[in-house]
Write a new protein. Sequence first.
Length: 357
Amino acid sequence: MPELTWRERAFRILVGAAAVIVVVAGMRAAAPLLVQVLLATLLATLSAGPTAALKRHGLPTGLAVLLVIAGMVAAGVVVGSLIGTSLAEFTRNIPTYEARLDAQLATALSWLGERGMDVPEGGIANLFDANAMLTAIGQIMIGLRGLVTNGAVILLLVVFMLLEASTFPGKLRAAWGPKSSALTGFERFSDSVKRYLMIKSVMSAATGISVTLLLLATGVDFPILWGFLAFFLNFIPNIGSVIAAIPPVFLALVQFGLGRALVVAVGFLVLNVSWSNLVEPRVMGRGVGLSPLVIFLSLIFWAWVLGPVGMVLSVPLTMILKIAFESSPHTLRLAILLGPRVAPGAATPPGTEQGAS
Protein backbone atom coordinates (compact mmCIF):
# COMPACT_ATOMS: atom_id res chain seq x y z
CA MET A 1 0.00 0.00 0.00
CA PRO A 2 1.47 3.41 -0.95
CA GLU A 3 2.52 5.67 1.90
CA LEU A 4 -0.05 8.31 2.83
CA THR A 5 0.70 11.98 2.28
CA TRP A 6 0.76 14.33 5.24
CA ARG A 7 -2.63 15.74 4.21
CA GLU A 8 -4.17 12.27 4.17
CA ARG A 9 -2.64 11.48 7.56
CA ALA A 10 -3.93 14.77 8.98
CA PHE A 11 -7.38 14.07 7.56
CA ARG A 12 -7.42 10.61 9.16
CA ILE A 13 -6.40 12.07 12.50
CA LEU A 14 -9.10 14.75 12.33
CA VAL A 15 -11.79 12.21 11.39
CA GLY A 16 -10.65 9.88 14.16
CA ALA A 17 -10.66 12.69 16.73
CA ALA A 18 -14.14 13.77 15.64
CA ALA A 19 -15.40 10.19 15.94
CA VAL A 20 -13.96 9.90 19.46
CA ILE A 21 -15.64 13.16 20.50
CA VAL A 22 -19.00 11.99 19.15
CA VAL A 23 -18.71 8.61 20.89
CA VAL A 24 -17.70 10.15 24.23
CA ALA A 25 -20.54 12.70 24.02
CA GLY A 26 -22.98 9.87 23.31
CA MET A 27 -21.66 7.88 26.28
CA ARG A 28 -22.12 10.87 28.58
CA ALA A 29 -25.68 11.37 27.35
CA ALA A 30 -26.50 7.68 27.82
CA ALA A 31 -24.56 7.30 31.09
CA PRO A 32 -27.53 6.18 33.29
CA LEU A 33 -28.35 3.30 30.94
CA LEU A 34 -24.74 2.57 30.03
CA VAL A 35 -23.69 2.23 33.68
CA GLN A 36 -26.32 -0.46 34.25
CA VAL A 37 -25.22 -2.39 31.15
CA LEU A 38 -21.53 -2.16 32.10
CA LEU A 39 -22.15 -3.21 35.70
CA ALA A 40 -24.22 -6.13 34.45
CA THR A 41 -21.40 -7.10 32.08
CA LEU A 42 -18.84 -7.11 34.90
CA LEU A 43 -21.16 -9.08 37.19
CA ALA A 44 -21.85 -11.58 34.41
CA THR A 45 -18.11 -11.94 33.78
CA LEU A 46 -17.54 -12.52 37.49
CA SER A 47 -20.45 -14.99 37.68
CA ALA A 48 -19.42 -16.96 34.61
CA GLY A 49 -16.94 -19.03 36.65
CA PRO A 50 -19.46 -20.31 39.25
CA THR A 51 -22.01 -20.90 36.49
CA ALA A 52 -19.54 -22.97 34.47
CA ALA A 53 -18.57 -24.94 37.59
CA LEU A 54 -22.21 -25.83 38.26
CA LYS A 55 -22.66 -26.88 34.62
CA ARG A 56 -19.61 -29.16 34.88
CA HIS A 57 -21.38 -30.92 37.75
CA GLY A 58 -24.24 -31.82 35.43
CA LEU A 59 -26.67 -28.96 36.03
CA PRO A 60 -28.45 -27.53 32.98
CA THR A 61 -27.59 -23.98 32.00
CA GLY A 62 -30.90 -22.51 33.16
CA LEU A 63 -30.69 -24.07 36.63
CA ALA A 64 -27.02 -23.10 37.04
CA VAL A 65 -27.82 -19.48 36.16
CA LEU A 66 -30.81 -19.54 38.51
CA LEU A 67 -28.70 -20.75 41.45
CA VAL A 68 -26.00 -18.13 40.82
CA ILE A 69 -28.58 -15.34 40.54
CA ALA A 70 -30.32 -16.60 43.70
CA GLY A 71 -27.02 -16.38 45.55
CA MET A 72 -26.45 -12.84 44.27
CA VAL A 73 -29.97 -11.79 45.30
CA ALA A 74 -29.57 -13.30 48.77
CA ALA A 75 -26.26 -11.51 49.26
CA GLY A 76 -27.78 -8.26 47.97
CA VAL A 77 -30.75 -8.52 50.34
CA VAL A 78 -28.50 -9.12 53.36
CA VAL A 79 -26.10 -6.31 52.46
CA GLY A 80 -28.95 -3.94 51.57
CA SER A 81 -30.70 -4.63 54.86
CA LEU A 82 -27.54 -4.00 56.88
CA ILE A 83 -26.74 -0.81 54.98
CA GLY A 84 -30.32 0.48 55.15
CA THR A 85 -30.56 -0.06 58.91
CA SER A 86 -27.17 1.51 59.61
CA LEU A 87 -27.84 4.44 57.28
CA ALA A 88 -31.18 5.21 58.91
CA GLU A 89 -29.62 5.13 62.38
CA PHE A 90 -26.68 7.25 61.22
CA THR A 91 -29.09 9.88 59.86
CA ARG A 92 -30.97 9.96 63.15
CA ASN A 93 -27.72 10.43 65.07
CA ILE A 94 -26.46 13.40 63.02
CA PRO A 95 -27.82 16.01 65.52
CA THR A 96 -26.05 14.16 68.36
CA TYR A 97 -22.78 14.12 66.45
CA GLU A 98 -23.12 17.83 65.68
CA ALA A 99 -23.62 18.61 69.38
CA ARG A 100 -20.54 16.56 70.31
CA LEU A 101 -18.45 18.30 67.68
CA ASP A 102 -19.62 21.73 68.83
CA ALA A 103 -18.59 20.83 72.38
CA GLN A 104 -15.16 19.67 71.17
CA LEU A 105 -14.69 22.89 69.19
CA ALA A 106 -15.63 24.95 72.24
CA THR A 107 -13.09 23.02 74.33
CA ALA A 108 -10.41 23.57 71.69
CA LEU A 109 -11.17 27.29 71.52
CA SER A 110 -10.97 27.55 75.30
CA TRP A 111 -7.63 25.71 75.33
CA LEU A 112 -6.24 28.03 72.64
CA GLY A 113 -7.58 31.11 74.48
CA GLU A 114 -5.82 30.10 77.69
CA ARG A 115 -2.55 30.15 75.76
CA GLY A 116 -3.07 33.59 74.31
CA MET A 117 -4.34 32.51 70.90
CA ASP A 118 -7.62 34.27 70.29
CA VAL A 119 -9.45 32.39 67.53
CA PRO A 120 -12.95 33.63 66.63
CA GLU A 121 -15.49 30.82 66.82
CA GLY A 122 -17.14 31.91 63.60
CA GLY A 123 -13.85 31.57 61.76
CA ILE A 124 -13.53 27.91 62.66
CA ALA A 125 -17.18 27.32 61.82
CA ASN A 126 -16.63 28.75 58.35
CA LEU A 127 -13.59 26.54 57.78
CA PHE A 128 -15.06 23.41 59.31
CA ASP A 129 -18.77 22.88 58.68
CA ALA A 130 -19.73 19.76 60.62
CA ASN A 131 -23.22 19.67 59.18
CA ALA A 132 -21.88 19.74 55.63
CA MET A 133 -19.41 16.94 56.40
CA LEU A 134 -22.03 14.71 58.03
CA THR A 135 -24.51 15.42 55.24
CA ALA A 136 -21.88 14.55 52.63
CA ILE A 137 -21.21 11.21 54.34
CA GLY A 138 -24.92 10.47 54.28
CA GLN A 139 -25.15 11.38 50.59
CA ILE A 140 -22.33 8.96 49.77
CA MET A 141 -24.24 6.10 51.34
CA ILE A 142 -27.53 7.17 49.73
CA GLY A 143 -25.76 7.12 46.37
CA LEU A 144 -24.61 3.55 47.02
CA ARG A 145 -28.14 2.61 47.99
CA GLY A 146 -29.27 4.03 44.63
CA LEU A 147 -27.28 1.29 42.91
CA VAL A 148 -29.30 -1.29 44.84
CA THR A 149 -32.50 0.40 43.59
CA ASN A 150 -31.46 -0.40 40.01
CA GLY A 151 -30.50 -3.91 41.04
CA ALA A 152 -33.52 -5.55 39.39
CA VAL A 153 -32.62 -4.22 35.94
CA ILE A 154 -28.97 -5.14 36.40
CA LEU A 155 -29.80 -8.66 37.59
CA LEU A 156 -32.13 -9.19 34.64
CA LEU A 157 -29.34 -8.19 32.28
CA VAL A 158 -26.95 -10.55 34.08
CA VAL A 159 -29.41 -13.44 33.61
CA PHE A 160 -29.59 -12.94 29.84
CA MET A 161 -25.83 -12.43 29.57
CA LEU A 162 -25.12 -15.67 31.45
CA LEU A 163 -27.60 -17.57 29.29
CA GLU A 164 -25.90 -16.15 26.19
CA ALA A 165 -22.32 -16.62 27.44
CA SER A 166 -21.96 -20.26 26.39
CA THR A 167 -23.06 -19.59 22.79
CA PHE A 168 -21.37 -16.23 22.18
CA PRO A 169 -17.86 -17.58 21.36
CA GLY A 170 -19.49 -19.97 18.86
CA LYS A 171 -21.23 -17.03 17.21
CA LEU A 172 -17.91 -15.21 16.89
CA ARG A 173 -16.30 -18.30 15.33
CA ALA A 174 -19.19 -18.67 12.88
CA ALA A 175 -19.15 -14.98 11.95
CA TRP A 176 -15.39 -14.32 11.68
CA GLY A 177 -13.73 -17.74 11.66
CA PRO A 178 -12.04 -19.83 14.36
CA LYS A 179 -8.80 -17.80 14.25
CA SER A 180 -10.32 -14.33 13.99
CA SER A 181 -8.95 -11.40 15.95
CA ALA A 182 -12.47 -10.76 17.28
CA LEU A 183 -12.57 -14.18 18.96
CA THR A 184 -9.02 -13.79 20.28
CA GLY A 185 -9.82 -10.33 21.63
CA PHE A 186 -13.01 -11.55 23.30
CA GLU A 187 -11.19 -14.43 24.98
CA ARG A 188 -8.39 -12.12 26.17
CA PHE A 189 -10.91 -9.60 27.46
CA SER A 190 -12.91 -12.27 29.26
CA ASP A 191 -9.86 -13.89 30.88
CA SER A 192 -8.17 -10.60 31.85
CA VAL A 193 -11.26 -8.93 33.30
CA LYS A 194 -12.38 -12.12 35.07
CA ARG A 195 -8.96 -12.51 36.71
CA TYR A 196 -8.82 -8.85 37.71
CA LEU A 197 -12.34 -8.89 39.17
CA MET A 198 -11.78 -12.12 41.09
CA ILE A 199 -8.56 -10.90 42.69
CA LYS A 200 -9.93 -7.41 43.32
CA SER A 201 -13.10 -8.83 44.89
CA VAL A 202 -11.12 -11.02 47.29
CA MET A 203 -8.78 -8.16 48.21
CA SER A 204 -11.71 -5.77 48.67
CA ALA A 205 -13.53 -8.28 50.87
CA ALA A 206 -10.40 -8.73 52.99
CA THR A 207 -10.07 -4.95 53.27
CA GLY A 208 -13.73 -4.54 54.24
CA ILE A 209 -13.53 -7.24 56.91
CA SER A 210 -10.29 -5.79 58.29
CA VAL A 211 -11.82 -2.30 58.47
CA THR A 212 -14.90 -3.67 60.25
CA LEU A 213 -12.74 -5.43 62.85
CA LEU A 214 -10.61 -2.30 63.31
CA LEU A 215 -13.66 -0.13 63.95
CA LEU A 216 -15.21 -2.72 66.27
CA ALA A 217 -11.98 -2.73 68.29
CA THR A 218 -11.85 1.07 68.48
CA GLY A 219 -15.57 1.50 69.25
CA VAL A 220 -16.49 3.61 66.20
CA ASP A 221 -20.21 3.54 65.39
CA PHE A 222 -21.55 1.56 62.40
CA PRO A 223 -18.47 -0.58 61.70
CA ILE A 224 -20.35 -2.80 59.22
CA LEU A 225 -21.47 0.25 57.24
CA TRP A 226 -17.92 1.59 56.95
CA GLY A 227 -16.59 -1.90 56.21
CA PHE A 228 -18.94 -2.19 53.25
CA LEU A 229 -17.93 1.30 52.11
CA ALA A 230 -14.26 0.24 52.27
CA PHE A 231 -15.09 -2.91 50.26
CA PHE A 232 -16.90 -0.96 47.55
CA LEU A 233 -14.44 1.94 47.30
CA ASN A 234 -11.45 -0.42 47.17
CA PHE A 235 -12.46 -1.08 43.55
CA ILE A 236 -11.54 2.56 42.82
CA PRO A 237 -7.79 2.62 42.13
CA ASN A 238 -5.40 4.97 43.93
CA ILE A 239 -7.90 7.12 45.84
CA GLY A 240 -10.68 4.71 46.85
CA SER A 241 -9.07 3.59 50.09
CA VAL A 242 -8.35 7.21 51.05
CA ILE A 243 -11.99 8.22 50.51
CA ALA A 244 -13.17 5.19 52.52
CA ALA A 245 -11.08 6.27 55.52
CA ILE A 246 -12.55 9.79 55.79
CA PRO A 247 -16.01 9.01 57.29
CA PRO A 248 -14.85 6.63 60.08
CA VAL A 249 -11.88 8.83 61.02
CA PHE A 250 -14.16 11.85 61.19
CA LEU A 251 -16.71 9.88 63.22
CA ALA A 252 -13.99 8.74 65.62
CA LEU A 253 -13.03 12.40 66.07
CA VAL A 254 -16.64 13.30 66.85
CA GLN A 255 -17.18 10.37 69.22
CA PHE A 256 -13.91 10.20 71.12
CA GLY A 257 -11.67 13.11 70.18
CA LEU A 258 -8.37 13.55 68.39
CA GLY A 259 -6.52 10.66 70.03
CA ARG A 260 -8.90 7.93 68.91
CA ALA A 261 -9.21 9.51 65.47
CA LEU A 262 -5.42 9.26 65.05
CA VAL A 263 -5.54 5.60 66.11
CA VAL A 264 -8.20 4.88 63.48
CA ALA A 265 -6.27 6.82 60.82
CA VAL A 266 -3.07 4.89 61.55
CA GLY A 267 -5.05 1.64 61.47
CA PHE A 268 -6.42 2.50 58.03
CA LEU A 269 -2.92 3.35 56.84
CA VAL A 270 -1.54 0.01 58.03
CA LEU A 271 -4.42 -1.94 56.46
CA ASN A 272 -4.15 -0.14 53.13
CA VAL A 273 -0.39 -0.56 52.93
CA SER A 274 -0.70 -4.24 53.88
CA TRP A 275 -3.46 -5.19 51.44
CA SER A 276 -2.97 -2.74 48.55
CA ASN A 277 0.82 -2.41 48.49
CA LEU A 278 2.07 -5.77 49.79
CA VAL A 279 -0.50 -8.53 49.31
CA GLU A 280 -2.39 -7.42 46.19
CA PRO A 281 0.66 -6.84 43.93
CA ARG A 282 1.97 -10.31 44.81
CA VAL A 283 -1.37 -11.96 44.05
CA MET A 284 -2.03 -9.86 40.94
CA GLY A 285 1.38 -10.80 39.54
CA ARG A 286 2.11 -8.80 36.41
CA GLY A 287 -0.81 -6.55 37.20
CA VAL A 288 -3.46 -5.28 34.81
CA GLY A 289 -1.09 -4.32 32.00
CA LEU A 290 -1.61 -0.57 32.49
CA SER A 291 0.82 2.06 33.66
CA PRO A 292 0.07 3.85 36.97
CA LEU A 293 -0.36 7.18 35.15
CA VAL A 294 -2.85 5.63 32.72
CA ILE A 295 -4.82 4.12 35.62
CA PHE A 296 -5.05 7.51 37.33
CA LEU A 297 -6.01 9.36 34.14
CA SER A 298 -8.59 6.69 33.29
CA LEU A 299 -10.06 7.16 36.77
CA ILE A 300 -10.63 10.86 36.05
CA PHE A 301 -11.85 10.31 32.49
CA TRP A 302 -14.40 7.57 33.21
CA ALA A 303 -15.69 9.42 36.26
CA TRP A 304 -16.31 12.43 34.00
CA VAL A 305 -18.05 10.29 31.36
CA LEU A 306 -20.09 7.90 33.53
CA GLY A 307 -20.26 9.61 36.91
CA PRO A 308 -19.04 8.16 40.24
CA VAL A 309 -19.57 4.55 39.11
CA GLY A 310 -17.11 5.26 36.31
CA MET A 311 -14.33 5.28 38.91
CA VAL A 312 -15.15 1.65 39.73
CA LEU A 313 -15.32 0.71 36.05
CA SER A 314 -12.22 2.67 35.00
CA VAL A 315 -9.67 -0.15 35.07
CA PRO A 316 -11.78 -2.82 33.29
CA LEU A 317 -12.88 -0.33 30.62
CA THR A 318 -9.31 0.82 29.97
CA MET A 319 -8.17 -2.81 29.80
CA ILE A 320 -10.79 -3.39 27.09
CA LEU A 321 -9.50 -0.38 25.15
CA LYS A 322 -5.93 -1.63 25.39
CA ILE A 323 -6.92 -5.10 24.14
CA ALA A 324 -8.82 -3.49 21.26
CA PHE A 325 -5.81 -1.33 20.36
CA GLU A 326 -3.55 -4.41 20.38
CA SER A 327 -5.76 -6.15 17.81
CA SER A 328 -4.81 -3.77 14.98
CA PRO A 329 -1.36 -2.71 13.73
CA HIS A 330 -2.75 0.80 13.19
CA THR A 331 -3.41 1.28 16.92
CA LEU A 332 -0.71 -0.95 18.40
CA ARG A 333 1.39 2.10 19.33
CA LEU A 334 -1.49 3.36 21.51
CA ALA A 335 -1.63 -0.01 23.29
CA ILE A 336 2.09 0.22 24.03
CA LEU A 337 1.65 3.73 25.45
CA LEU A 338 -1.17 2.52 27.72
CA GLY A 339 0.88 -0.39 29.04
CA PRO A 340 3.60 -0.54 31.70
CA ARG A 341 7.16 0.46 30.98
CA VAL A 342 8.92 -1.34 28.14
CA ALA A 343 12.20 -3.08 28.83
CA PRO A 344 15.26 -1.24 27.41
CA GLY A 345 16.19 -2.55 23.99
CA ALA A 346 12.80 -4.14 23.36
CA ALA A 347 12.11 -4.75 19.69
CA THR A 348 9.54 -2.68 17.84
CA PRO A 349 6.38 -4.78 17.40
CA PRO A 350 5.52 -5.82 13.85
CA GLY A 351 3.30 -3.37 12.06
CA THR A 352 4.49 -0.30 13.96
CA GLU A 353 7.55 0.54 11.90
CA GLN A 354 7.78 3.94 10.30
CA GLY A 355 5.59 4.10 7.28
CA ALA A 356 3.15 1.40 8.36
CA SER A 357 -0.39 2.37 7.59
